[in-house]
Write a protein that binds this ligand. Structure first.
Ligand code: PLP
Length: 355
């Protein structure tokens, strides 16, 4: 995580870094994030309880709430704990106007430049800015937008990120304040990277924000999900494995039973053939993922047995590759890691090995 932050900074061309730590630091834990991202300029997330945890862990620098306040209580929490709030809709403007606060709030006015999820359309920017500027609860106002296609070729998408950036620049021309646009994809791919601040998330954990794997960008996997083989079954031709008998042996097949299933966060959508590493050797999943187990074909690794180490993703096997085999993205796998998985923190990162 530390090494990925260094890469994010080297790409950002002097912009300051909001390390995005929403969803429990994409499954990696806020305590680990505070430790590894000590060199970041701020942390950005969604959850107010997470923001309070960051303060308890000793994070004193800025914290940005990416969806702003969900209710009036959040506005008070923000003032109390010095949390900057995104303001993306008029209801939030009203909440801030109505609040009685002991400290001014720093805000980030969100502009909808085409993503069409959160934010004010450009025509509403000035009236909202003027309203907030006039309010005594408001301190600094910065500007933010979010890109829909920063990982895409500009000729192949209906909304190139450059179009969004132009609309953003036009909208905020004439007001002074800091702004941020770039997520991981823009931080890795845009030259120069726009904005006073950047907001990398997935790249800090070693995941790719688009095509390919994190390793292709020089990122290092932060999370390794590992388990062990707890059983072996020797299948005769025609015998099947697991629920629905999805895998049927075409020849004598030695199957390893791995103690990891969808209740651990391993995706049930994994197709036969999805790779795992057994004792460092790539082998395919054979049969449906169940709640507590997966089953793998040990044909390529005859020496494996009960107790052999299995890597589901991470060191030596990119989470992005596993995600692609499951019809999803690395983000979803990281974030879905289940509470029952035992966490171990290694301060020495695993070696970079392309699988
Ligand atoms: C999650 C998020 C990011 C980080 O996105 P990545 O693709 O993980 O880099 C940046 N900005 C906002 C507003 C977000 O919600």
């Amino acid at each position: 995580m530390r090494s990925n932050l260094t890469l994010a900074r080297s790409r950002a061309g002097g912009a300051r870094i909001w390390a995005v730590v929403k969803a429990n630091a994409y499954g990696h834990g806020l305590a680990n994030a505070v430790n590894a991202f000590a060199g970041a300029d701020g942390m950005a997330l969604i959850e107010f309880d997470g923001a309070l945890t960051l303060r308890e862990l000793g994070w004193r620098r800025p914290i940005l709430m990416l969806e702003g306040a969900f209710d009036a209580g959040d506005v008070e929490l923000a003032a109390q704990h010095r949390l900057s709030l995104v303001v993306h809709c008029e209801e939030q403007v009203r909440m801030i106007e109505m609040a009685t606060l002991t400290r001014r709030l720093d805000l980030q006015l969100k502009i909808n430049t085409g993503m069409n999820r959160l934010g004010f359309r450009p025509a509403l920017f000035r009236p909202m800015f003027d309203r907030l500027r006039a309010n005594p609860n408001v301190g600094e106002i910065s500007f933010i937008t979010h890109l829909a296609n920063a990982d895409a070729d500009e000729r192949l998408t209906p909304l190139p990120w450059q179009t969004q950036a132009e609309s953003f620049n036009t909208t905020i021309a004439g007001v002074s304040g800091e702004f941020s646009i770039a997520n991981s994809a823009a931080d890795l791919l845009a030259t120069p990277v726009p904005g006073h601040w950047v907001r990398p998330g997935v790249m800090l954990y070693g995941g790719s924000p688009g095509a390919g794997t994190g390793i292709d960008y020089g990122l290092r996997p932060a999370m390794t999900l590992a388990a062990r083989i707890i059983g072996i079954q020797q299948l005769a031709t025609g015998e099947s494995v697991g629920y629905g008998s999805r895998f049927i042996a075409q020849r004598a097949t030695r199957i390893g039973i791995v103690a990891c299933g969808y209740a651990d966060g391993y995706p049930r959508s994994a197709a036969d053939g999805t790779p795992v590493l057994v004792d460092g050797v790539r082998v395919p999943i054979a049969g449906r993922v169940s709640m507590d187990m997966i089953t793998v074909d040990l044909g390529q690794v005859p020496a494996a047995g009960v107790g052999s180490e299995v890597i589901l993703w991470g060191a030596g096997l990119s989470i992005d590759e596993v995600a692609q085999a499951c019809g999803t993205i690395g983000y979803e796998l990281m974030c879905a890691l289940a509470p029952r998985v035992r966490r171990q923190v290694h301060d020495t990162p695993p070696p970079i090995t392309a699988a």
